[in-house]
Design a binder for this molecule. Structure first.
Ligand code: GCO
Ligand code: MG
Length: 412
């Protein structure tokens, strides 16, 4: 199992994806997801220029040693570009090890701890009727947990509302599969935290009145609040029994969560933009969060995220792995294998890729009665159809950003 070849494949079926394909001398192949939404080509360069040359000739069986070598020998540690690149190598090596053993990756991680993974979908609407329709559609598809995002009166375009796509320059295109918009400049959205804080509790009250107390409801604050604003929101949402409130503050200031936590019992989920266990260490130890939102793709791979989640388990903190469409089907498969194996699985985000993406990435996961399962093919269970991938060259795309009414740039 000596690494003969490592190719970095960029394809843009419904959106841009970066995939590492490692081939060994005995003909096994493994795939890893290295997609960093809106900054994809930086990871391509990191892999192509600096990682691939180091992989050729090395032993594909040595997952941990390769990870430590790439992490420590670079000297410059952490950061999204570095960790997405290392993640792709880690995933591809787990894929190869599974294929060599004739086992799905979850078996190598200790075997299944459950029959399937509870997944949540994204319902959204500018106004309540549109939001209710979206919640209903998700329930009809079988979702048993639903994230709720809503428009705010007075704001034209904000994060998480699928129907806005049609209004932001691409006629008829919804936001579901493409959170980064193609073009040379990011789309500008608007924001007003006070208007948001006034509006959101009423939305959850309406959703609970319409759909009842049982369905787990989630909400993403997308890094926009100050600690005291986040505390206020958490408190005002308590009557509606959220499964979680996500990214309530820009969590690079981790101390902020102490303040939030001391005011509210609404469960908190954090960490989709975190890259290592070091970003989570203190907030896990101090029990300031309830769910770890790290993505396999952005946390350096299956190996380090498993360690982080095992650490979280000591504090009864569970997984809530990131799973928007910018995590590729390879990254999603890695999350599903990990989620099936660990004891402290919480919930899996599932946003559903578009049809073209599903033709480029041939997958073996199943989605039944609101539950995901990675399938039982050896490895991760995803193969790249390179003819299909070749049809869709990279297209420049940026995530949107925010400005307040007076023009100030705000967290998006
Ligand atoms: C989520 C996330 C995404 C991000 C996206 C950025 O909870 O799924 O917040 O929607 O905005 O991953 O690339
Ligand atoms: Mg989020």
């Amino acid at each position: 199992m000596i690494i003969d070849k490592a190719d970095v494949v960029v394809t843009s079926p419904d959106r841009n994806f970066v995939t590492l394909k490692i081939t060994t001398d005995d003909g096994l192949t493994g795939l890893g997801d290295a997609t960093l939404n809106g900054r994809e080509l930086a990871v391509v360069a990191y892999l192509t220029e600096h990682v691939v040359p180091l992989l050729i000739g090395s032993d594909a069986a040595k997952i941990e040693d390769t990870w430590q070598f790439l992490y420590r020998s670079a000297y410059w540690r952490r950061g999204p570009v570095t960790m997405a690149a290392i993640a792709a190598v880690d995933m591809a090596l787990w894929d190869i090890k599974g294929k060599a053993a004739g086992m799905p990756v979850y078996q190598l991680l200790g075997g299944a701890s459950r029959t399937g993974l509870l997944a949540y979908g994204h319902a959204s609407g500018k106004e309540l009727p549109e939001l209710f329709d979206s919640v209903r559609e998700h329930l009809e598809k079988g979702y048993r947990a639903i994230r709720v995002q809503t428009g705010v009166p007075g704001l034209k375009a904000i994060y998480g509302i699928a129907s806005q796509g049609a209004e932001q320059g691409e006629p008829g295109v919804r936001y579901d599969h493409e959170p980064a918009r193609r073009g040379a400049q990011p789309v500008q959205e608007d924001w007003d935290t006070r208007a948001y804080l006034r509006h959101v509790p009423g939305v959850f009250e309406a959703v609970r009145n319409e759909f009842g107390p049982e369905i787990p409801l989630l909400h993403d604050g997308h890094h926009r609040m100050t600690p005291i604003q986040a505390a206020k929101l958490g408190k005002s949402l308590e009557p509606y029994d959220l499964f979680w409130l996500e990214d309530c503050t820009p969590a690079e200031n981790q101390e902020a969560l102490r303040l939030v936590r001391s005011h509210t019992t609404t469960p908190l989920a954090i960490g989709e933009i975190f890259n290592t266990v070091w970003d989570f260490k203190d907030i896990i130890r101090e029990q300031l969060i309830d769910y770890v939102r790290g993505a396999v793709t952005h946390m350096g791979g299956i190996s380090p995220l498993k360690k982080t989640l095992d650490y979280a388990a000591m504090y009864q903190i569970k997984s809530g792995m990131h799973g928007p469409t910018d995590v590729s089907p390879v990254g999603m498969a890695a999350a599903m294998h990990l989620g099936l194996a660990i004891h402290n699985f919480g919930i899996q985000e599932y946003m559903e890729h578009g049809q073209r993406t599903n033709e480029v990435f041939e997958q073996s996961f199943s989605w039944q009665n609101g539950m995901l399962h990675p399938g039982d093919k050896p490895g991760l269970g995803v193969e790249l159809n390179q003819d299909e991938a070749g049809k869709y060259p990279y297209e420049q795309a940026y995530l949107p950003y925010n400005r307040l009414a007076d023009g100030t740039v705000h967290d998006w």
